[in-house]
Design a protein around this ligand. Structure first.
Ligand code: BEZ
Ligand code: FE
Length: 297
């Protein structure tokens, strides 16, 4: 059954066959063009999923319960919706669409929930490890533009989890505040270097509905070991990225799909007491080099 609406559009009563058109017709008074475009796509795809899956009433109630619990798990510290987006690969897809860069520029990856503003500013060479755990590690590299020119004064905001697989903000009172976080400025030749501990793989939070869903899907919750960076400089596109440890067991099955080939690096073990003393780390230590290439805007 179909007919004309008061606004002059057409309507149909909702049946299995007409469900998409019946709902889309109700967008006729939507003044926001982008919203209408987005909702049209959402309605089409949502109805296609339901027609493909044909959920029972009980299964649909379960889905609603999952969505309800996902919302209820969120507060000012915990964002279960983002975790769902991350673990379904949607965060990385949105990130890829919004950061199409010229080839050679450092690729983006997920920001994650553990970045905090106001990390301590360190001089080059500073040690961001306040708990002294794990394998000592020396990180160095340069910040360059796509033509290979140094970017003096580029800002590097770095953070990572500790050797037990937790960020400081997950363990207040257990880890020192601002453990494994720091802000550095590249020198006149775009060089940077700092001391830390070798990152370790760790699980995304599993104590909520998204963790339960991962388990039910037969997936593990681990992220391969990585060191987070946000690198910014005047006149350049900011890059939010990680370095990944090449020999990590979860490199090919990151729970949030964040790994990119170009971001994987060797963390070589160095056994050289003189160099360790010069750098100010115990011997032996791990070493990694990572250049960051920013696209000019
Ligand atoms: C992280 O790397 O910090 C992270 C990213 C996505 C979800 C959870 C953690
Ligand atoms: Fe992380």
């Amino acid at each position: 059954m179909s007919g004309e609406t008061p606004a002059g559009g057409t309507y149909s009563f909702l049946t299995e066959e007409t469900s998409v058109d019946a709902v889309l017709a109700r967008l006729e008074n939507c003044q926001d063009e982008r919203l209408a475009e987005v909702m049209t796509s959402v309605i089409r795809h949502l109805h296609a999923v339901i027609k493909e899956v044909e959920p029972t009433q009980q299964e649909w109630a379960l889905a609603i319960d999952f969505l309800t619990k996902t919302g209820q798990k969120c507060d000012d510290k915990r964002q279960e919706w983002i975790l769902m987006s991350d673990t379904l690969g949607v965060s990385m897809l949105v990130d890829a669409i919004n950061h199409r860069r010229p080839s050679g520029a450092t690729e983006n990856t997920v920001l994650g929930p553990f970045h905090v503003e106001g990390a301590p500013v360190h001089a080059l060479g500073g040690n961001i490890s306040k708990d002294g755990k794990g394998t000592p590690c020396f990180v160095s590299g340069r910040v360059l533009d796509s033509d290979g020119n140094a970017i003096p004064g580029a800002k590097l905001d770095v953070w990572q989890s500790n050797a037990d697989g937790f960020y400081d903000v997950q363990q207040p009172g257990i880890q020192p505040a601002m453990n494994l976080r720091g802000i550095f400025r590249a020198d006149d030749e775009g060089r940077y270097w700092f001391r830390t501990q070798k990152p370790q793989f760790y699980p995304v939070p599993t104590d909520g509905p998204v963790g339960k869903l991962l388990m039910a899907m037969g997936r593990h919750p681990f992220r391969p070991a990585h060191l987070h960076y946000i690198v910014s400089a005047e006149g350049c596109e900011t890059v939010t990225t990680h370095i990944f440890v090449r020999d990590d067991p979860y490199l090919h099955s990151d729970a949030v799909f964040g790994v990119k080939e170009s971001l994987i690096r060797d963390f070589d073990m160095v056994d050289d007491p003189d160099r360790a003393a010069e750098i100010g780390l115990p011997n032996p230590f791990a070493e990694v080099a990572f250049d960051v290439v920013l696209a000019r805007v």
